[in-house]
Design a protein around this ligand. Structure first.
Ligand SMILES: [Zn+2]
Length: 258
């Protein structure tokens, strides 16, 4: 299997997964050109398109890819998705013949209301394509959903197996870790990860995918129950918040202003 983040626009990743026979799927092709170039260069055949949500930088390349490839498009039922052939909701699964994988569909509202994520345990390690819900050391902005919805979505993703590779759709990692450092300056896992990721970016490499167990250590949005983070939120808010949704909402507002 080949798992590769194809860079697009300024900071998007279009994920490509291909088996050893050259059968490929892509996730959230916001732009067709870099996908077509990658398929040609690596002699791969596109077999399926998976879509997590309706934003243009995730679906903008679908129609042009469909002009060149007659493939199914799997996307959320509750959003407008160009070329969608399979409308998916919570609890659905996607069974592909090539690459031979079965994905579970998770409804993860927050960034958008219909946002879905794709998880497969058929790959070792397991893979999660989560769009703009969970990022390396961060989470998506709340464009449509509520803090309670996003927190519930992140709780679900955080409960997936430790070794799951989180395949998120943007290269936001350094900014996210600088924010995490601002929230909890003394956190060793955050500081070590920032130093490592600065090195990774300086050498021109993507910081993704990331291992879910590591996210739980250093992603502030997965740590709203941690005492140092709660203390930092309450110091900033000059409050004594204890409700985890309120803590999460304050953390997200802080990040929006960072
Ligand atoms: Zn988005």
């Amino acid at each position: 299997m080949l798992l590769h983040p194809i860079p697009a626009f300024s900071d998007n990743y279009i994920w490509l997964l291909a088996d050893d026979n050259g059968n490929a799927l892509v996730v959230d092709p916001g732009d067709a050109a870099p996908v077509s170039a990658f398929l040609a260069e690596h002699r791969l055949t596109l077999r399926a398109i998976l879509i997590t949500h309706h934003h243009p930088d995730h679906v903008g390349g679908v129609n042009r890819l469909l002009d060149e490839h007659d493939v199914p498009v799997y996307g959320p039922a509750d959003e407008q998705i160009p070329g969608r052939t399979h409308a998916l909701a919570e609890g659905d699964s996607v069974q592909l013949d090539a690459p031979a994988l079965r994905f579970d569909v998770l409804h993860v509202p927050g960034h958008t209301l219909g946002h879905i994520a794709f998880f497969t345990g058929d790959h070792a390690p397991p893979l999660l394509f989560c769009g703009d819900t969970l990022f390396a050391a961060g989470c998506g902005r709340l464009f449509e959903g509520t803090p309670a919805q996003m927190l519930a979505s992140l709780d679900r993703l955080s409960a997936l197996p430790d070794q799951t590779l989180v395949c998120c759709a943007h290269e936001y990692t350094l900014n996210n870790l600088r924010f995490a450092q601002a929230v909890t300056p003394d956190d060793t896992s955050v500081n070590q990860r920032l130093a490592q990721m600065m090195h990774t970016r300086a050498s021109g490499q993507p910081t993704v995918p990331v291992v879910l167990a590591e996210e739980r250590q250093s992603n502030p949005f997965l740590r709203v129950d941690d005492r140092p983070l709660r203390d930092a939120i309450n110091a900033r808010e000059q409050a004594a918040l204890t409700d985890r949704t309120e803590i999460f909402a304050a953390l997200r507002r802080w990040k929006d202003q960072f």
